[in-house]
Design a protein around this ligand. Structure first.
Ligand SMILES: [Zn+2]
Length: 117
């Protein structure tokens, strides 16, 4: 089980680091879990599209993680397929992903840039 305080991994600006790749993968995983879990009310959980990282009998677990917000605001990610708790996320509230997916922005067709790109 991993216990994460995201700011230990993020850049000074609060962004996902460019590398090394294993760190970047882990940070992205946690950022996605925050994006799903941040908007939840305490005591609620939802299924994510983040794949379970466990292996069973040499094969990857086919489950997707659930993320739940605890009464103390901590996020817990767990897999119902292999029944393991996997990540506790503390101090996520002021990360870029805490309020959930980004707000839609109006773009011109053919213009693939986002809002402030
Ligand atoms: Zn699993």
């Amino acid at each position: 089980m991993l216990i994460v305080k995201p700011h230990h991994w993020l850049t000074e600006e609060g962004d996902i680091p460019d590398g090394p790749p294993p760190l970047r993968r882990n940070v992205l995983r946690v950022a996605r879990l925050i994006e799903y879990g941040g908007p939840l009310d305490p005591g609620h959980a939802c299924e994510t599209l983040v794949e379970c990282g466990k292996r069973r009998g040499g094969k990857p677990c086919p489950g997707f993680l659930w993320v739940g917000k605890q009464p103390d605001d901590t996020l817990l990610a767990y897999c119902l397929v292999c029944n393991t708790d996997q990540v506790w996320i503390h101090e996520w509230q002021d990360t870029l992903w805490a309020s959930g997916p980004c707000e839609p922005v109006m773009v011109t067709l053919g213009d693939r840039q986002g809002g402030d790109a």
